[in-house]
Ligand binder design. Structure first.
Ligand SMILES: *Cc1c(COP(=O)(O)O)cnc(C)c1O
Length: 376
C-alpha cells in the first residue's frame, strides 16, 4: 500500500479482508462485554479495553500516518483525551515538559494540571523554533505546527534532532495538517497526536482523537492510560470517523485549494491586515512549511479593523456560519478573541475553509467585507 496514491489509500484504509455476505466496512459493534469463556485472553473481552470498530479505525489511521509500516494507533473520545494521554502517561513528578505558548487554547488548563502533579512546564513560541532554547533536560517536547490559531510553523526535523540528542521525547499535534498534510513520524517525532474532531473526520458531527507511535512500549503506556481513565470513543463515533476517512483526500484537496484561493483574494484587499496562510508563498511560515508539509491546511486567518467590523463581517457571510472548530466541509468563521486566552487582536478572524466552490466562497467573503467596511 505504501506506493499507492493517497486517495487510493484513504478509500481503502483499515478495511478488513472481504468476506462473503459481509459489508465492506463492518458496522459499529455495540458491546459492553463479549462472550468470553475460560481464560480472559483474546482480542475482545470488555468494552473499555477493546472494540472491533476501534480496531478497524486504528488500522486505517495507522495506514495514513505511516504508510507501509506497522505502527500503533490508539483512538480516544476527543483530541484532548489523546493529548492528555500522551502527557500524563509519559511524565512523572519532577520531570520537565516543553509546551508551545501559542498552542491550542486548552493547553494552559493541562499546564495547570501538570504543575499540580509536580511537573515543571516551560513554554516558548512556535515561530523561529524558539522551543529549542528551553529544551535542556526535558522529558517531553510538545509541538503544534501549524499552530492554532496563529498559523506559525516550526521545523519539526530540527526540533526532533535537538530533542533526541538530549533524550527528550517529541510529540506533534497534527490536528490542523492531518496525515495528508504532514506525517510527524516520518519527520522523526515519537508521537503523532490529533483531534480528529476537525479535518480528519470533516463533518462537524463528532468528537474523536488519536495517538500514533512506532514504539510498542510508548504505545502500551498510552493504551494503558485510556483504560485507566476510560476516555474511550463510542462505537458509533468510531464507525462514522472511519466512514469519513474514505473522503479524506477529496475533502482535503478541495479545502486546501479553496484556502489558497481565499488567501490570494484577501492578499489584495485593502481592509485586511495580518493575513496568514502557510501555503501562501509570501507567508512567513511558507519556507519551513514547504520543507515538511505536502498540503497546508484549510485555515486562513486575518485581521479586520476592530471588533465591530469583524462582527459585521461574520453576520454578512452567507456561506460561512459563525462557529468555532475547523476543518469541516462547510465553511465556518469566528472572531477568535471572543474566547479570551489567545494572543490575538479584537478583529482577528479564523476562517475555516470548506468544500464549497472557490468562486462562490471568494465572492461571498468579498461581499461580506464590503458590507462590513462600508462598501469600498
Ligand atoms: C480542537 C483541537 C484540540 C482538541 O480537540 P477536541 O477534539 O476538541 O478535544 C487539540 N489541538 C488542536 C490543535 C485543536 O484544534
Amino acid at each position: 500500500m505504501s506506493t499507492m496514491g493517497e486517495g487510493t489509500r484513504a478509500v481503502r484504509a483499515g478495511l478488513p479482508e472481504p468476506q462473503q455476505y459481509e459489508p465492506t466496512l463492518p458496522g459499529p459493534v455495540f458491546a459492553a462485554h463479549f462472550h468470553l469463556s475460560g481464560e480472559p485472553t483474546g482480542p475482545y473481552t470488555y468494552g473499555r479495553d477493546t472494540n472491533p470498530t476501534w480496531t478497524h479505525l486504528e488500522r486505517a489511521i495507522g495506514e495514513l500516518e505511516a504508510p507501509g509500516e506497522g505502527v500503533h494507533t490508539t483512538v480516544f473520545a476527543s483530541g484532548m483525551a489523546a493529548i492528555s494521554a500522551v502527557l500524563l502517561s509519559q511524565v512523572r513528578s519532577g520531570d520537565a515538559v516543553v509546551l508551545p505558548d501559542d498552542g491550542y487554547q486548552a493547553l494552559p488548563l493541562l499546564r495547570a494540571q501538570l504543575e499540580a502533579y509536580g511537573v515543571e512546564v516551560r513554554t516558548a513560541p512556535t515561530r523561529g523554533d524558539a522551543q529549542l532554547a528551553v529544551l535542556e533536560g526535558a522529558k517531553l517536547l510538545w509541538i503544534e505546527t501549524p499552530s492554532n490559531p496563529g498559523l506559525d510553523v516550526c521545523d519539526v526535523r530540527r526540533l526532533v534532532e535537538a530533542a533526541h540528542a538530549g533524550g527528550t521525547l517529541v510529540a506533534v499535534d497534527n490536528t490542523l495538517a492531518t496525515p495528508l498534510g504532514q506525517r510527524p513520524l516520518e519527520l522523526g517525532a515519537d508521537f503523532s497526536v490529533a483531534s480528529d474532531t476537525k479535518g480528519m473526520t470533516g463533518h462537524g458531527d463528532l468528537l474523536l482523537g488519536h495517538v500514533t507511535c512506532r514504539d510498542a512500549d510508548l504505545a502500551a503506556g498510552v493504551r494503558r492510560w485510556r483504560k485507566v481513565v476510560g476516555a474511550i470513543p463510542g462505537p458509533m463515533e468510531a464507525w462514522l470517523a472511519h466512514r469519513s476517512l474514505a473522503t479524506l483526500e477529496l475533502r482535503i484537496e478541495r479545502q486546501c485549494a479553496n484556502a489558497l484561493a481565499l488567501a490570494e483574494a484577501l492578499r489584495a484587499h485593502p481592509d485586511v491586515t495580518g493575513l496568514r496562510y502557510p501555503g501562501l508563498a509570501t507567508d512567513a511560515s511558507y519556507p519551513t512549511a514547504v520543507e515538511q508539509m505536502r498540503r497546508f491546511g484549510s485555515v486562513v486567518s486575518f485581521v479586520l479593523a476592530d471588533r465591530e467590523t469583524a462582527e459585521r463581517f461574520l453576520s454578512a457571510l452567507h456561506l460561512a456560519e459563525d462557529a468555532t472548530s475547523f476543518g469541516g466541509v462547510r465553511s465556518t468563521a469566528e472572531r477568535r478573541a471572543r474566547w479570551g486566552g489567545d494572543a490575538v487582536p479584537e478583529g482577528f478572524i479564523r476562517f475555516s475553509v470548506g468544500a464549497e466552490n472557490a468562486s462562490d466562497l471568494v465572492a461571498d467573503v468579498e461581499q461580506a467585507l464590503a458590507e462590513a467596511t462600508g462598501g469600498n
